[in-house]
Design a protein around this ligand. Structure first.
Ligand SMILES: Cc1cc2nc3c(=O)[nH]c(=O)nc-3n(C[C@H](O)[C@H](O)[C@H](O)COP(=O)(O)O)c2cc1C
Length: 245
């Protein structure tokens, strides 16, 4: 294809890093690449917190479910959806900001995801490895306190960055026909295609774990979706000024 597409298709999360530090200048370049992502109505609603403080790193690692790489990675970033600076901008014009709209929550969250994925690709293009950390939302209130996040902001996810000290296989994705539909949605053949894909993922897990993990994709998903998904999120987001309308 071309080098960009090759890079995108070579992505795999990295959870073990060498001790080689990531130069701040390189990190800043990756963050600037994040800023270049498209942003809804030019809203620029993402703030990144680089967590250097070791106490906070340890706490974040524990709150994320004892994910060791959160404290071990050379760099840990928290991507925050941020409408606070928009409130400040309204105040600069003596305007009252109408906040709490679900639409604003969606645009800020999407902005954050696009920003972060640009950072991830920029980092990977420089030979770095990354893993996103949604686990920080386990204790989103404590994370927000520790990072002194104001109202109208919330931590969407974290990201570990560093030079890879492992070389995991690329994880095969769903076949294209499940994720790309022509003109109308149809899931007519999806169950059959997923059943076939299940075999691929089972073989992938077996190879990656030396036979220890024996699971298909649909088994993994059905197991996950029988459990509640961070039910504290709605009340937390409301307490921060999101999702009222
Ligand atoms: C928003 C988001 C949150 C994630 N949170 C975690 C996490 O807390 N811990 C972790 O080890 N991986 C996390 N991941 C990584 C996914 O597990 C991983 O991307 C997925 O299994 C596909 O594997 P790959 O990235 O190696 O292709 C997260 C990924 C995303 C996009």
């Amino acid at each position: 294809m071309n080098q960009v597409i090759d890079l995108l298709q070579a992505h795999r999360s990295i959870r073990k890093f060498t001790e080689t530090p990531v130069q701040q200048e390189l990190l800043n370049t990756c963050i600037a690449a994040g800023q270049s992502a498209a942003t809804s109505s030019f809203i620029q609603a993402c703030t990144v917190i680089q967590v250097n403080d070791s106490n906070n790193r340890n706490a974040l690692s524990e709150w994320a479910g004892n994910q060791q790489y959160v404290k071990a990675a050379p760099v840990f970033l928290v991507f925050c959806a941020d409408m606070n600076r928009h409130k400040l901008s309204c105040e600069m014009h003596q305007a009252e900001m109408l906040s709490g709209f679900t639409e604003q929550f969606i645009t800020a969250t999407v902005d954050c995801a696009l920003f972060a994925q640009n950072v991830a690709i920029a980092a990977e293009s420089e030979g770095l490895g990354v893993v996103y950390i949604g686990g920080i939302r386990n204790k989103i209130d404590l994370v927000s306190q520790a990072l002194e996040l104001p109202d109208l902001t919330y931590p969407v996810f974290g990201m570990c960055i560093g030079y890879p000290d492992q070389d995991p296989e690329v994880k095969p994705r769903l076949p294209l026909e499940v994720v790309l539909k022509q003109d109308k949605y149809s899931d007519k053949n999806d169950a059959d295609i997923i059943a076939e894909y299940d075999k691929t993922i089972k073989a992938y897990y077996q190879s990656r774990t030396g036979g220890q993990k024996d699971m298909t994709w649909s088994e993994q998903i059905s197991g996950m979706l029988q459990k509640e998904a961070r039910p504290h999120m709605l009340s937390f987001l409301k307490s921060r000024g999101f999702l009222h309308k």
